[in-house]
Design a protein around this ligand. Structure first.
Ligand SMILES: Cc1cc2nc3c(=O)[nH]c(=O)nc-3n(C[C@H](O)[C@H](O)[C@H](O)COP(=O)(O)O)c2cc1C
Length: 200
């Protein structure tokens, strides 16, 4: 059984909702799941101005936690077409693991959210790949492994790079049924890949 950590940063909760489906899929495929969040770096004053609700109740991930997992799925919203600074700050703290190559060979995937349909879901993953590459972490794409990714009859976030949700500029759109199903399928397929790698 592979132990997978689902590690998120979420300001308004959409990523956390997607994570629930990712976790469901991981468990369906027999993975043991650890659920963590990335530490906030903004002050309470700024968060209040951004109308951010209180954080979810998951433990804050530390670099020391990472070697305990066989693989990771990171979920975070797009900020200016890329990863939030909070995610970079976390990876900036993993230099010790980089130096000892502690994460090399472990698999990782991404899921994400944007305000708008073309706000940068794919760009967010593409520009986050160096976090993985420098650690020697193996990037696991989702591919077109769920039929809803090819459904253009309604708005469906996500792509070959992972599950995604489109939340509107004011956050009023919640993850749709199709987006949640894609997230669950990503969790399930990631667990199968991680299990194979962990067995070696
Ligand atoms: C500072 C900032 C920058 C953002 N940049 C983008 C962006 O480049 N493209 C986009 O579509 N949405 C952008 N958004 C909207 C967020 O992606 C959206 O709030 C997020 O996906 C909601 O996820 P959450 O509820 O898990 O925090 C931005 C939001 C903030 C606060």
């Amino acid at each position: 059984m592979a132990k997978i950590f689902v590690i998120t940063y979420s300001m308004y909760g959409h990523i956390n909702a997607m994570a629930e489906s990712v976790v469901k899929g991981l468990k369906k495929a027999g993975a043991e799941v650890g659920r963590y969040q990335i530490a906030e770096t903004l002050s309470d004053e700024v968060l209040a101005k951004m109308h951010a609700p209180p954080k979810a109740d998951f433990p804050i991930i530390t670099p020391e936690d990472l070697p305990k997992a066989d693989g990771f799925i990171f979920g975070f919203p797009t900020r200016y077409g890329g990863a939030p600074a909070q995610v970079r700050a976390f990876f900036d703290a993993t230099g010790g693991l980089w130096s000892s190559k502690a994460l090399a060979g472990k698999p990782a995937g991404f899921f994400f959210s944007t305000g708008s349909q073309h706000g940068g879901q794919e760009a967010t993953v593409l520009t986050s790949l160096p976090f993985l590459a420098h650690h020697g972490i193996i990037y696991v794409p989702f591919g077109y492994a769920h039929p809803s990714l090819l459904d253009n009859s309604e708005i469906v976030g996500g792509s070959a790079w992972g599950a995604g949700t489109v939340v509107n500029g004011d956050g009023s759109r919640l993850p749709s049924q199709k987006e949640l199903e894609i997230a669950e399928a990503q969790g399930e397929s990631f667990a199968q890949v991680a299990k194979k790698l962990a067995a070696k």
